[in-house]
Design a protein around this ligand. Structure first.
Ligand code: COA
Length: 326
């Protein structure tokens, strides 16, 4: 058995935060943000939005497209670094919201590569014959762990969720995947607390340890190299070259990172999907959000070879080739 994608969905908070809004918060300009990142605006959660509620809305849309009922699901994985609670998993909350009582539900933490990691796990379960129908969701509320006094990072991130429905089928949708991590660089991008090392305390708040810390320049360089490597490894494992790609759907972190990889892979602009101007970096949600938009707008067509490619904190990276069958 092989994995076939049969539904996509996405969900966003209602509120939009523009670059002009950020100009009023830190010393920056719309022009700087646009030229350095390509981002124009991002969605920002209100106090009523949770990672689990965004994830549930995206999941319902993917279920509706596929015609699968929640009771048929064997597995639900939520990729996230901004769960509702340390435990239980956000996936268990989604399971409860959906009334998917027959599913195993758990979260995957691989930062911005989380969706590809989660999809690889489901693909392995489907190939083993143990899972027939599964939901993979990437969902984040990053704006609650962003330091709104740090102009280097606060403008990058946004909130949202994307979901895909996977079903066992004799004809393959997911062709190949590659995932890899490098824990030696964990300090380049992380959230210091709350956790074992920095438990919840007044000190944590006073020292702003509950917010994302990032060395943007270093991350940028490593991202380009790792994403190129992951893309080429996945393609060659499937017997493909970059000429075979119909649509490249990279993690939406920074337009310059995406352009650099597209150039290294020799891809024309029209084969590279970009929507970060409207959503910023939504971490594990960015690829399923992009896939849902590409699917619903016709940017991906049946039979296309789609290449996913991601990089994130950990450090982690991953790529996946998919024959689109929707
Ligand atoms: N507005 C105006 N100026 C800013 C600024 C802002 N928001 N943020 C930084 N600057 C300044 C810096 O202070 C620096 O000034 P200096 O030269 O006087 O010291 C200058 O702009 C250049 O800073 P630098 O950090 O070299 O910019 P950059 O071109 O690397 O862009 C990032 C910064 C963060 C946009 C870029 O490094 C990046 O996107 N990195 C990857 C981050 C990422 O994607 N993380 C998630 C990975 S999944």
């Amino acid at each position: 058995m092989r994995s076939r994608l049969t539904g996509t969905g996405s969900a966003f908070p209602f509120n939009v935060l523009t670059n002009q809004d950020i100009e009023k918060m830190v010393d920056t300009t719309d022009e700087w943000i646009t030229t350095r990142t390509g981002i124009k605006e991002r969605r920002i959660a209100s106090s009523d939005d949770f990672t689990s509620t965004l994830a549930t809305t995206a999941a319902l849309k993917a279920l509706e497209m596929s015609g699968v009922s929640p009771a048929e699901l064997d597995m639900i994985i939520v990729a996230t670094v901004t769960p509702d609670f340390p435990f239980p998993s956000t996936a268990c909350l989604v399971q409860n919201n959906l009334k998917a009582e027959n599913a195993a539900a758990f979260d995957v933490s691989a930062a911005c590569s989380g969706f590809i990691y989660a999809l690889s796990i489901v693909d392995s379960f489907i190939r083993s014959g143990k899972v027939k129908k599964a939901l993979v969701i990437g969902a984040e509320i990053l704006t609650r762990i962003v330091d709104w006094t740090d102009r280097n990072s606060c403008l990058l991130f946004g909130d949202g969720a994307g979901a895909v429905l996977i079903e066992a089928d004799s004809s393959p949708g997911i062709l190949d995947s590659f995932i890899k991590s490098d824990g030696s660089c964990w300090e380049l991008l992380y959230q210091p607390g709350p956790g074992n090392r920095n438990p919840a305390s007044h000190k944590l708040i006073d020292e702003r340890l509950n917010f994302i810390r990032m060395q943007g320049n270093e991350v940028f360089k490593l991202a380009v190299r790792a994403m190129e490597d992951a893309a080429l490894k996945t393609l060659s494992a499937g017997g493909f070259t970059t000429d075979d790609i119909d649509l490249f759907v990279p993690h939406q972190a920074n337009r310059r990172i995406i352009e650099a990889i597209g150039k290294r892979l020799g891809l024309p602009d029209e084969k590279v999907f970009v929507n970060l101007d409207r959503y910023g970096n939504t971490s594990s949600a960015s690829i399923p959000i992009a896939l849902d938009e590409a699917n619903r707008t016709g940017a991906i067509k049946t039979g296309d070879l789609v290449l996913l490619d991601a990089f994130g904190g950990g450090l982690t990276c991953g790529a996946m080739s998919i024959r689109w069958q929707l």
